[in-house]
Design a protein around this ligand. Structure first.
Ligand code: SAM
Length: 280
């Protein structure tokens, strides 16, 4: 792959989904996309770039390219310190706030194969704070392949590596051969949809949420892409709603309109109760 081919492909992927491929990732990109060239019978990366721009099958191929270039690593009960603070400190507040409507909406943005969305549902069930409520957890991702797995709700040891044994016996059904399926009452609270966080139009369809989880997704974005996505989250959260990022992520230098909340067990972000959007 020449420097020019790398630049063209990198810019194309970035414009589509916000994922920035660093200069030193050229060989990784080459290795991951090469099978696509072979599958399409294309002689080089310049031809592949032309295919992505002009071929009638370009949209499907862009999905495959993003698929090959993104990391979908995830597992149940990831980042337990944050989940503990969420359960013990945020959920009781949400129960009080929404007592009038008895409705709770949570968005797992960049949910990958679904473990995060189901983990949230299990924590809600475990808390017993929302019995008889209308609970909706939306999991969304740019990759259609991971969403198929999420909907199937069947998992193996790698997904379960941090799952406490009591949660395993309570919320999963054994399928034998070290496979399990998430119990139906947990699945009933969760739905999945395809969504590119950088596509403002498709984000319009997402309903307002009390909490957004977007963990380990924006680490692959540069500053302008992060800012765009944070604006979407700000629009979609109710005033006072919470934004949960991954533990290595923060909003420093992003000029985002979120306030940092010091819980006893963790730091989280919140959309201010009163927020103004300056119209230009
Ligand atoms: C590392 S996984 C994180 C999964 C989960 N949130 C967690 O923390 O365990 C990142 C996910 O973000 C998704 N993603 C990357 N760019 C995206 C975009 N522009 N819109 C929606 N999802 C995106 C990827 O497809 C991938 O499944």
């Amino acid at each position: 792959m020449s420097a020019e081919e790398f630049r063209l492909l990198r810019d194309h992927v970035y414009a589509h989904c916000g994922i920035l491929i660093r200069e030193d990732m050229k060989f990784v990109m080459e290795r991951r996309l090469w099978p696509r060239l072979e599958a399409l019978g294309l002689p080089n990366f310049a031809a592949y770039h032309r295919f992505l721009r002009y071929d009638t099958r370009r949209n499907a191929e862009l999905d495959s390219a993003v698929e090959a270039l993104t990391t979908h690593e995830t597992y149940f009960f990831r980042e337990p310190v944050q989940l503990k603070a969420f359960t013990e400190e945020v959920l009781p507040l949400l129960q009080q706030r929404n007592a009038g409507t008895r409705r709770l909406r949570i968005w797992s943005a960049g949910c990958s194969t679904g473990e995060e969305a189901y983990t949230i549902a299990m924590l809600l069930k475990e808390s017993r704070l929302f019995e008889g409520w209308e609970v909706e957890i939306y999991g969304t991702d740019i990759s259609r392949r991971v969403l198929t797995t999420a909907r199937k709700a069947e998992y193996g040891p790698s997904s379960l590596r941090a799952t406490p044994p009591e949660m395993l016996s309570r919320y999963f059904i054994s399928l034998g051969a070290s496979k399990v399926r998430v119990r139906d009452d947990i699945r009933a609270w969760v739905s999945f949809g395809h969504l590119n966080l950088l596509d403002a139009e498709s984000c319009l369809l997402v309903p307002r949420a009390d909490v957004v989880f977007c963990r380990n997704v924006m680490i692959y974005f540069d500053v302008p892409a992060r800012q765009r996505v944070l604006q979407v989250f700000s629009d979609k959260l109710v005033p006072g709603g919470y934004l949960m990022l991954g533990h290595s992520e923060n909003l420093l230098n992003l000029g985002a309109a979120f306030e940092l909340v010091h819980l006893r067990g963790d730091l989280v972000y919140r959309k201010p109760e009163l927020s103004w959007k300056v119209e230009r």
